[in-house]
Every structure is written in structure tokens, then in C-alpha cells.
Write a protein that binds this ligand. Structure first.
Ligand code: 2AM
Ligand code: CA
Ligand code: CA
Ligand code: CA
Length: 270
């Protein structure tokens, strides 16, 4: 398999998808809800996923596709070549702000991440990685993450961490927030991962993410030394929803040991 060739194809297709999203601002946006009143999807999410599916099937019909909006294949195993696609990560930001959303794409072979893409459409900033060859931001190599102390860390967490719930030891969350230098919340998992792999955030934690939220970021993470796991320190389950942690390697283990305690023993499945 010629990864360079597939990488060229992916970048070209992502840029063209970005053009279509930017052009969509002059057209009507149709907003619908999915599982709940705040779970939004638009005609553009669907159109862009459909575009990726068509292009990938043209490239190689044997490649499988797992996409958020369900236009790809029904995926029950990670065997073979698999694209994991979120056409717009941060749909609420896309609708409300017209910015702060990403295209997130990962290419895996037999469950091993080979290519990863996080494209900030409105900033026209592409972060990508080729396994074993490093990670790049707009074609400039991204260096390995530098170690830091937890007291110097700026971490991404959203409002669900502020409200005590049965899932997590809340006192430890409070201790974490008091210990770190700052917290941020962006409304796009892919954007928070992009910030961690470029050293602009030092960790990002989530109680529930889907494979398409993190598929692209995972491949980039391994090239810069960012550590990815679920909140129990196990590998993220790419076939299901799972809890999620990405962190600078100097604080990943510390976060798990001293600041994050999941109460529920069950895996949160969908
Ligand atoms: P989305 O915009 O592609 O739906 C902030 O809400 C982040 O969480 C976004 O990355 C969003 O992705 C994702 N997200 C929203 N609802 C989710 C859900 N039910 N499960 C997992 N991720 C979700
Ligand atoms: Ca969604
Ligand atoms: Ca998403
Ligand atoms: Ca999405």
C-alpha cells in the first residue's frame, strides 16, 4: 500500500471539502436534531460525509468507511483498510459561530493508525501525520511535545466536569482544576486534540467521545508523543463510544493516578 499516494489523495479531498463548507455560508443551512434537542446535524454535515464516501470508493472500493452520519459502511471489525470520518466536528460551533469546527479523518489498516488529518476549515490550517514520518502543520514539521509540570498545564475540559455526576470522583476533579494553570473549553473534540498535539493545550479530557471524534487525532498524537487512552488508562475503543484522555507524556500518568477516578466499573457503551 502506497501511503504517500493515499496521503496526497486525502489532502486534496480534504481541501476540496473545505472549499465546499466555506461556500455553503452563502446558501441555506438546514438544521435538524438527532438524539436530543442539542444534538444537531445540518445538510452540510451530510453532504461533506457523502463527498468523502464517494471519493474514497472511487479511490478503492475495498476501503471501508466509518462516518458519524452513517453514509459509510456498517463497521464491526477494524480489519483491513478503514477510514474514520467526522465531516464536521463541532457542528454547534459551525451553526452558531461559523468557526471553531474541524474536519477529522483517520486512516487505519488492521486497527493501526497510518494517516491522520485535523483540518481547521476557517483558519485553513491542516495538521496531518504519516505513521513513522512525523506530524506536520501546513507542511511544517511539528516537534515532539516538551515535558512540563502539572502546575504549568492548561487543560481542555467542558462543563460536564463542573457538575457532579455518578461517573467520576468530583473532589479529584476540583483538585485538578485547582492545581493546573488554566482550563479551556472549545466545543470541538478534534480542535482540542489539535491544540494538544501542537502544545497549545497540555491535556484534553472527555467523558464520552465517538471513534470519529478522535480517529484523526490519534494518529497525529503518536507522531508527536502525546499519549492517548480512555479515562481508565486503557486503549480507546475504536468500535464504540468511550471516555477519552489525551495528554502531554509528562502528565498523562499523573492525571490518571491522582486526578481522575471513574466510579462506574462498566464501560459506557452506546
Ligand atoms: P460533533 O460536533 O461532531 O457532534 C463537543 O460537543 C464535542 O463532542 C464535539 O466534538 C462533538 O462532535 C462531540 N459530541 C457531541 N455529542 C456527542 C455524543 N453524544 N457523543 C460523543 N461525542 C459527542
Ligand atoms: Ca454530531
Ligand atoms: Ca464529532
Ligand atoms: Ca460531526
Amino acid at each position: 500500500m502506497d501511503l504517500r499516494k493515499i496521503n496526497d489523495f486525502a489532502i486534496k479531498t480534504i481541501f476540496h471539502a473545505g472549499d465546499q463548507i466555506r461556500e455553503s455560508f452563502s446558501k441555506e443551512l438546514i438544521i435538524e436534531t438527532k438524539a436530543s434537542a442539542n444534538d444537531l446535524v445540518t445538510n452540510i454535515d451530510r453532504k461533506i460525509e457523502q463527498y468523502f464516501v464517494e471519493k474514497i470508493k472511487e479511490l478503492d472500493p475495498s476501503h471501508k468507511i466509518l462516518g458519524e452520519e452513517g453514509m459509510g459502511d456498517k463497521i464491526v471489525t477494524l480489519d483491513g483498510p478503514l477510514w474514520i470520518i467526522d465531516p464536521i466536528d463541532g457542528t454547534m460551533n459551525f451553526i452558531k459561530q461559523g468557526r471553531n469546527f474541524m474536519i477529522s479523518i483517520g486512516f487505519f489498516v488492521d486497527g493501526v493508525g497510518k494517516l491522520g488529518y485535523l483540518y481547521d476549515v476557517m483558519r485553513d490550517e491542516l495538521i496531518y501525520a504519516i505513521k513513522g514520518e512525523g506530524a506536520f502543520i501546513n507542511d511544517q514539521q511539528i516537534g515532539k511535545l516538551k515535558p512540563l509540570k502539572i502546575e504549568e498545564a492548561v487543560i481542555g475540559i467542558n462543563s460536564s466536569w463542573v457538575i457532579p455526576n455518578g461517573k467520576i470522583n468530583h473532589e479529584k476533579v476540583v483538585k485538578l482544576i485547582r492545581t493546573v494553570r488554566g482550563t479551556r473549553s472549545y466545543g470541538s473534540a478534534a480542535m482540542e486534540i489539535a491544540l494538544v498535539v501542537t502544545g497549545k493545550l497540555d491535556a484534553y479530557l472527555s467523558m464520552r467521545l465517538a471513534p470519529w471524534d478522535i480517529g484523526g487525532g490519534m494518529v497525529i498524537a503518536q507522531e508527536v508523543g502525546a499519549v492517548v487512552s480512555n479515562l481508565k488508562g486503557q486503549p480507546f475503543n475504536l468500535l464504540n463510544h468511550d471516555t477519552f484522555l489525551i495528554a502531554n507524556p509528562s502528565i498523562h500518568q499523573l492525571l490518571l493516578e491522582h486526578y481522575i477516578e471513574l466510579k462506574d466499573e462498566k464501560q459506557h457503551s452506546n
